[in-house]
Design a binder for this molecule. Structure first.
Ligand code: FAD
Length: 271
């Protein structure tokens, strides 16, 4: 199957891209790496009148660093994060996550912003950026606004991004020197989407002890006070969290999510 006909443009100016999308009234779609949108176009699940390719807009592919945070443009690819060609705020967590996304050919094109806006519950950045409580920087006809990940992600394939807006960047606060993390995902074979994701982060200097349960039926379930899960793993507490994340009904699903969280917590001792 081939896509329905659409207009294609590749502006190099952010204002031009934003205005084309805003004026498109929901019928003009942004494209980043095209790794998800391409399939949706080919299957005619998406039939936009126009596609605005964001890859020539410099700001969207840039990365900036301050003493407190790293800001990654929405079009930074998984491969650039994997290869540490952009600064890492997370003491190796993001490069490790990036390296395990799909296959290298997909990582060369797929972007952090495209993955986040697509909001597949099984996607790695959706869970990781929730664990990091990262900030989404959004642009539209009324200027810019910022949202924390928990507000930005609304559910499966659903975000708070308006039809006339684009995701410009993601800001990640830097880990302190003694921060530790663990991340575990189950997939049937290397390169596939996760069936269960567990992530933990302990950063005492920033008073963070957080965990995430990902690849759920909706948005990731973030445990802000993960004492008893991220540090001393308490099986009862972890199972309660898995059930609260909505994964309690099916015994197989429940066990997979429990073990993902358990293995993430165990991995914290190696980071
Ligand atoms: C075989 C295969 C295996 C995969 N395995 C994994 C995996 O293991 N883990 C994982 O996390 N992902 C996986 N992916 C998904 C991959 O990471 C894609 O890169 C990602 O889902 C989409 O990123 P993209 O840049 O290609 O976005 P696109 O396909 O270009 O866009 C996706 C959606 O986001 C919108 N969009 C894109 N950028 C913006 C923006 N800046 N502002 C507003 N809207 C925007 C588009 O309009 C579209 O709706 C896999 C994909 C494939 C094909």
């Amino acid at each position: 199957m081939k896509p329905a006909a659409f207009d294609y443009d590749r502006p190099n100016d952010l204002a031009a891209a934003t205005s084309q999308i805003a004026q498109g009234d929901g019928m003009v779609k942004a494209m980043a790496g095209g790794q998800s949108l391409g399939a949706m176009l080919n299957l005619r699940l998406a039939q936009p009148q126009g596609v605005v390719d964001l890859r020539s807009i410099q700001e969207l592919s840039s990365a900036t660093e301050t003493a407190e945070a790293v800001t990654l443009g929405a079009c930074v690819t998984h491969a650039r994060i994997e290869d540490r060609r952009v600064p890492d705020a997370t003491r190796g967590l993001m490069p490790k996550v990036a390296a395990d996304i799909a296959y290298r050919a997909i990582r060369n094109r797929g972007t952090i912003g495209g993955s986040l806006v697509h909001a597949d519950p099984a996607a790695d950045w959706v869970s990781t950026l929730s664990l990091l409580n990262a900030t989404a920087i959004i642009g539209g006809p009324n200027g810019r606004r910022e949202m924390r990940m928990e507000e930005f992600l609304l559910g499966a394939f659903e975000t708070a991004l308006g039809m006339d807006e684009i995701l410009i960047a993601v800001r990640i606060e830097k880990f302190s020197a003694n921060a530790r993390w663990g991340y575990w995902k189950f997939c049937r074979k290397t390169g596939e989407f996760a069936e269960a994701i567990g992530g933990v982060l302990i950063d005492p200097a920033r008073k963070i002890c957080r965990a995430v349960i990902g690849a759920t039926n909706g948005k990731p379930y973030v445990i802000h006070d993960a004492r008893g899960i991220a540090d001393q793993f308490d099986a009862h507490r972890a199972m309660q969290a898995v059930e609260a994340a909505g994964m309690g009904e099916d015994a197989y699903e429940r066990q997979m999510h429990f073990v993902a969280l358990q293995r993430a917590a165990a991995a914290i001792h190696t980071t």
